[in-house]
Design a protein around this ligand. Sequence first.
Ligand code: NDP
Length: 257
Amino acid sequence: MKNLLDLTGKVALVTGASSGLGVQFAKALAEQGADIAICARRLEKLEAVKKDIEALGVKCFAYKCDVLKVDEIRAMVKAVEEHYGKIDILVNNAGVGDATPAADLPDETWRNVLGTNLDAVFYVAREVGKVMLKNGYGKIINVGSLHSEVVMSNTTWPVPAYAAAKGGVKMLTKALAVEWAKSGITVNAIGPAYFGSEMTNDILSTGGFDPVAAAYCPMGRAGREGELNGAVLYFASDASSYTTGQILYIDGGWTAI
Ligand code: NDP
């Protein structure tokens, strides 16, 4: 039987792949045979990731890009297209966390969180979308969050800006999916609960997360490395050829209750 998740001959761009989940996604796509492009602001970290990906036997192109700057996004997408001749898969992953209570939330923090987690998701999808529309093929995976759907009471980390942005990612995913449904492009999103990364290590390592997981998460634990890969590979491959506009929560049952 054909391997439904095979990505041989495909080109995948992963934003925010200098640390955390983006690195995992880029490696998972590479393990299925895709050539990879990665971007973020910290070029030295990207260069290390690039070496690891090349060791998996595929090509990797690393590009320094601040997704808060639309001109840098345009230049990055142009460079990736010129380098590989196409972009088949986009994992729109770059993001920042924030846990400032609403009444104390400075304008610039709001703008940074919305700018990185929502505006940039649109700008990257728009620029990559133009390439995909030209080629009549594309798989876009936006990285939403548990907080695209719910927030929790009784935590020490309120998420008004983060939840507003990630909620926006959910509806942007649906809107782009519908608009491009007849153009050979699928647009889906993943909604992870809490996974270890630079963004979450403080919350997860101090024990503050444990009572929250016990109260809200049927599986009672954070996500583990690799537990998002199946969903990303499904949405990135032709296994999901008839699936678009969906957000898949990978949350140990969190949003089921
Ligand atoms: P990390 O902080 O480890 O990674 C964030 C990545 O985004 C880094 O590579 C960072 O690179 C990049 N990034 C941030 N700002 C910018 C910018 N302005 N321009 C370009 N790149 C940028 O966190 P995670 O791996 O956890 O987060 C990845 C995604 O997953 C985010 O969208 C996050 O919201 C989402 N998510 C994470 C969850 C978790 O529990 N970890 C749960 C749900 C969703 P650099 O600093 O080098 O620019």
